[in-house]
Design a protein around this ligand. Structure first.
Ligand SMILES: Cc1cc2nc3c(=O)[nH]c(=O)nc-3n(C[C@H](O)[C@H](O)[C@H](O)COP(=O)(O)OP(=O)(O)OC[C@H]3O[C@@H](n4cnc5c(N)ncnc54)[C@H](O)[C@@H]3O)c2cc1C
Length: 653
């Protein structure tokens, strides 16, 4: 029974006030779902597609009316005693969600959207055929590597399924990227409401885009609340994994606080991320520098840049994010930039959410569900024409009409912000189309552009010649420095590195990747490496709609359900066939054709030679169906002939 004491004590004014902060699109769908009030159907959506706060209905009178209707509904619910409230008829839900999305949800995709709304927060877990774990599960052991968002999800799902597991984490704390990246200004740039696990969709994030510490707090809460810590071996790095074909087990060699270790497991789920091994450049004289050198992902404890002379090397998401914050504190800040990157402005990027928004989540039944849905609907598959080259469209700078619109908006932003420094404008306009490299969201009113305009940060576009004991030499100039921060990214294309991974016959995993870089069947499996699943593996950085977290959760679901299937069927191992691996590779390559991120002008980790090993261009809806239930009953047909089922693409023994 949900505790409704806060609502029961709320005054009419509190309810009416909170409603002023709700998204009209959310209220529209939610009210329709809960009441069936058909009058909301005719309200026309406006142009503004911002979530949480904003005018989203075309007619301001409609907006007023919907807020009033919602307040009246909640008051009546309070006055009735605020008992358990059912979500209402499921037949109505597709219309309700369409009203919130502002576009019709097709019948064939409804199950995907329904899951995304988190009405069943455990939808991405194991469903045992007998309702609970069979006896055989007790003898099974799974290793999970990593405790970022992927590893924690996997651990929670295994725990809930009753499958024994150990998690290895090389750091002393959970959080992955959000434990490691503590540089000034670090925060997510996808909405936090979409950057949660499905099972924790109602976590009370008080920011639209949470800073690093808030993210870390969330991950710690997951570990504590779901009792995952007891399963984690902290400060323990997996060095090597070897498959024993006769015993059908993986041996993991580790290095931890008490030295070297070795343990055997029936299956391994690797959640090591691909943005977790910093890429340090090799520059002449680096070792001679007398000051502090660090990577942005390894900010030294206690490093205070106040009053110092600082160089930031790199202009990707981390470099641009940290530059204005460092620039506001340091005596002198230089930004060494090889290539400019596109900045996408957002008025609310640095804003805390109003308390009323959190109040609605706590007190308006299903509000948090509909907000989550609305955030997902903004990145619906196939929604943006900005990502693909339109062969009919001719423009030297953009790849499609929508891409050009995006470019025009981004250029206008740079020109507006750098009006006091017109000399910097051409240097801050990238020479490649928008979305060809990782998009960087910034606050409209406070970003690297403001820092450049104020003179807090000085832009250096010359290549670095060498590092000296006192600073950097570039383009014939010497820059006197106390601190050098390398915001130079990660070894993104070296999946699983530096672990040594050996499958059947002692084969190293890099052997199959020699042809054209890392790949995996559905981003998860590689032939001859049975019972090894990767989450956020090759081509899992979602470019096919929805969020990265959605894709990594459904990949985790695939892994955990495959393991549950082995346990239920009394089988020892599951492997993908070579034929299926390459068949999926073909589908992936076809989906990638014309993707803007292959534009050769962009210098980005999105590219690995002629293809991407990182981005996932396949439409999320297809991935969702393929990753659903490897041990389940196959449908008569699936598109492209994909058969991700036991005894079909997946060989079980
Ligand atoms: C600065 C930064 C900002 C980002 N912002 C966003 C964003 O706004 N939105 C978004 O969608 N994504 C963002 N990302 C991408 C981000 O990596 C993913 O969103 C997410 O953190 C991936 O989670 P993960 O669990 O898969 O991997 P990670 O978070 O990288 O976690 C991997 C874990 O595995 C551990 N590990 C690795 N190797 C071993 C080993 N051999 N033995 C033991 N443990 C090991 C690591 O210590 C780490 O804890 C960002 C990344 C960075 C670096």
């Amino acid at each position: 029974m949900t505790d409704r004491s806060e609502l029961l004590a709320a005054s009419d004014e509190t309810i009416e006030d909170a409603m002023q902060y709700a998204s009209p699109m959310v209220l529209r769908g939610l009210l329709y779902q809960l009441t069936g009030d058909e009058s909301v159907i005719d309200m026309k959506p406006g142009a503004a597609a911002k979530f949480v706060v904003g005018s989203e209905l075309a007619d301001p009178e409609d907006e007023k009316l919907i807020r009033k209707k919602a307040a009246d509904f909640l008051k009546a619910y309070r006055d009735s005693g605020a008992g358990e409230l059912d979500i209402g008829p499921v037949e109505r839900l597709r219309t309700s969600l369409s009203l919130t999305a502002g576009q019709q949800i097709p019948e064939k995709d409804f199950d995907i959207w329904q899951e995304e709304t988190a009405l069943d927060r455990w939808a991405r877990g194991v469903k045992w055929s007998g309702g609970k774990a069979p006896e055989a599960a007790k003898d099974y052991r799974v290793a999970v590597i990593g405790t970022g968002i992927s590893g924690l999800n996997t651990a929670v799902q295994l725990k809930r399924a009753g499958i024994p597991f150990v998690v290895f984490e090389k750091n002393p704390e959970v959080g992955g990227s959000w434990y490691e990246n503590r540089y000034p200004g670090a925060r997510v740039d996808t909405p936090s409401r979409g950057y949660t696990h499905l099972f924790a969709y109602d976590y009370p994030f008080n920011w639209g885009y949470s800073p690093r510490d808030v993210n870390l707090k969330y991950f710690r809460w997951i570990a504590d609340n779901f009792q995952i810590r007891e399963n984690i071996e902290f400060s323990t790095e997996v060095l090597k994994m070897t498959w024993d074909e006769s015993a059908k087990v993986w041996t993991l060699d580790t290095k931890g606080p008490s030295g070297a270790g070795s343990q055997q497991f029936n299956a391994v789920i690797s959640c090591v991320g691909f943005l977790s091994r910093p890429q340090m450049p090799d520059i002449e004289g680096m070792d001679s520098f007398a000051g502090t050198i660090c990577h942005s992902a390894a900010w030294p404890d206690g490093l205070d840049i106040t009053g110092k002379k600082v160089a930031i090397v790199g202009s990707g998401a981390s470099g641009y994010q940290t530059a204005p914050v460092i620039g506001s504190k340091a005596a002198k800040t230089y930004l060494f930039q090889r290539q400019a990157n596109w900045l996408y402005e957002d008025l609310a990027y640095l804003k805390e959410l109003p308390e009323q928004t959190l109040w609605l989540d706590r007190n308006f039944p299903y509000h948090a569900n509909f907000v989550r849905f609305r955030v997902a609907a903004l990145v619906a598959p196939g929604g943006s024409g900005a990502l693909k080259v339109d062969p009919e469209f001719e423009d030297p700078h953009a790849v499609s009409p929508v891409n050009k619109m995006l470019r025009d908006a981004c250029v206008a932003f740079v020109e507006r912000k750098l009006a006091p420094r017109p000399d910097l404008i051409p240097r801050m306009i990238p020479n490649f189309p928008p979305m060809a490299s990782r998009p960087i969201r910034v606050d409209t009113n406070e970003s690297v552009l403001d820092a450049l305009a104020r003179g807090d940060v000085e832009l250096v576009s010359d290549g670095i010649d060498r590092i000296t004991p006192t600073g950097i030499e570039a383009g014939g100039n010497s820059y006197d420095l106390d601190v050098i921060v390398f915001a130079t990214g990660f070894r993104a294309n070296e999946y699983l590195w530096p672990m040594e991974v050996r499958g059947k016959g002692g084969k190293r995993i890099e052997e199959i990747w020699e042809k054209d870089g890392p790949r995996a069947y559905l981003g998860a499996m590689v032939p001859d490496f049975p019972n090894l699943f990767m989450v956020y593996g090759p081509n899992s950085n979602n470019f096919g709609g929805f969020t990265v977290v959605d894709l990594l959760e459904i990949t985790g679901q695939f892994a955990v359900r495959a393991i549950a299937g082995l346990i239920e069927n009394g089988q020892a191992s599951v492997d993908v066939t070579h034929e299926a691996y390459w068949r999926f590779a073909d589908i992936l390559d076809k989906s990638e054709e014309g993707m803007v991120y292959l534009d050769p002008r962009a210098n980005s980790y999105y590219q690995n030679g002629a293809r991407s090993s990182v981005n996932g261009p396949v439409d999320y809806r297809r991935m969702w169906r393929w990753l659903k239930d490897p041990a389940g009953d196959p449908p008569a047909e699936t598109d492209d002939g994909m058969r991700p089922y036991f005894k079909e693409d997946l060989v079980v023994t």
